[in-house]
Design a protein around this ligand. Structure first.
Ligand code: UDP
Ligand code: MG
Length: 334
């Protein structure tokens, strides 16, 4: 089958959303038929909807199966088991052929008719427009932790978005091609995109209460969210220079251990004080060993980061006068 270059690829990660799907797909098609949307594109407007079934155990696949034959814009990727929303988005990004890529949740909480406004915003000169659920229609058990999550992320990253984890986002394909996601990192996509130098912004979008099914995120998300936050912080700051992190921590630990041990040794030699019954001795030894360990971790990190060709040290916005092959190497089409 020939590869078609669509104008817009819509990616829908879904896990047990069978009840919402007919409505969602109906609304997506209605939103894609709007004249205001078509007017935003120079070439004739075309779209694809990539449904990524993340190992659903309900009738989601059957529901899709019934529709897919009469709707040529629908495409399906079905996972063997539940791998999580991040994996589903990654698979969608890999399959997308559109110049613009849009992600939307399958549970009808996001409004498909907001997509055109986000594309208009993108045309103002952005690479990623993230939705902002200004009035979030979720129980307090979700809205409170989400406020905390957004506040902490804002504080540590200096990025002034209100809502990092909105399911509704519109990207230029250059962004989705470069994103390397793992764990539950979909929550930090704007952080990673900004770190790569892409221009990001947000747009308030309407949010709806969940009509069918239940949320897929329980309390475990607090922990996975915390670990992913640490790894995103590390990636964006130290991926290319792990020694700056581990080396500094190792040096501080080793120096403190050295000073403590020196102090105890001098005490013994000059004042003949006993050594073995002093707890601080163990602290000194511990800090010395920890220091060496941290230092070697940094060295190993350096070796890994210099030998890995995947994480480029730069992101290119555009190239000029290169052959198509060269431009492709830089992730641009020239
Ligand atoms: N989702 C998924 N895989 C998962 C969990 C969720 O593809 O393991 C999808 C889910 O079907 C929905 C979107 O991700 O389309 C957002 O999930 P959910 O609505 O449960 O999150 P919430 O809105 O409650 O934060
Ligand atoms: Mg939801």
């Amino acid at each position: 089958m020939a590869i078609i270059n669509y104008q817009l690829s819509i990616i829908v990660p879904l896990f047990n959303e069978g009840e919402s799907l007919p409505d969602l797909i109906g609304q997506l098609y209605a939103a894609m038929a709007e004249k205001e949307l078509h007017a935003l594109f120079v070439e004739p407007f075309s779209f694809e909807i990539i449904l990524v079934d993340d190992g659903s155990t309900d009738d989601s696949c059957k529901v899709i199966g019934r529709m897919i034959h009469s709707m040529p814009e629908l495409r399906l990727i079905s996972f063997q088991r539940n791998f999580g929303k991040t994996a589903a988005l990654s698979a969608g990004f890999m399959a997308a052929t559109g110049d613009l890529v849009c992600t939307i949740d399958a549970d009808l909480q996001d409004d498909p008719f907001a997509i055109k406004g986000m594309i208009r915003k993108l045309h103002e000169g952005y690479d990623l427009v993230s939705g902002w659920k200004q009035e979030r229609k979720d129980p307090l058990s979700k809205t409170l932790p989400s406020k905390l999550f957004n506040g902490v992320t804002r504080m540590f990253t200096g990025i002034t978005l209100h809502d990092f984890n909105c399911g509704l986002k519109v990207y230029r394909k250059e962004v989705t091609r470069r994103l390397e996601l793992h764990g539950d990192m979909h929550r930090y996509i704007p952080v990673l995109a900004q770190w790569m130098g892409f221009r990001i912004t947000e747009l308030p979008v309407e949010h709806r209460a969940r009509k069918f099914g239940t949320t897929k995120y329980g309390s475990s998300r607090f922990f996975s969210g915390l670990f992913d936050f640490l790894s995103v912080l590390f990636i964006t700051r130290y991926l290319r220079r792990p020694m700056h992190f581990f080396g500094m921590a190792g040096l501080l630990s080793f120096l403190s251990g050295f000073i403590i041990s020196l102090y105890i040794t001098l005490d013994k030699i000059l004042l003949n004080k006993p050594v073995s019954n002093r707890p601080i001795l163990f602290l000194g030894i511990l800090l010395l060993i920890l220091g060496v360990q941290l230092f070697s971790t940094g060295l190993l990190g350096e070796m890994l980061s210099t030998s890995s060709s995947k994480a480029d040290a730069f992101a290119v916005r555009e190239t000029n006068n290169l052959t198509p092959g060269e431009a492709k190497k830089f992730g641009t089409t020239d």
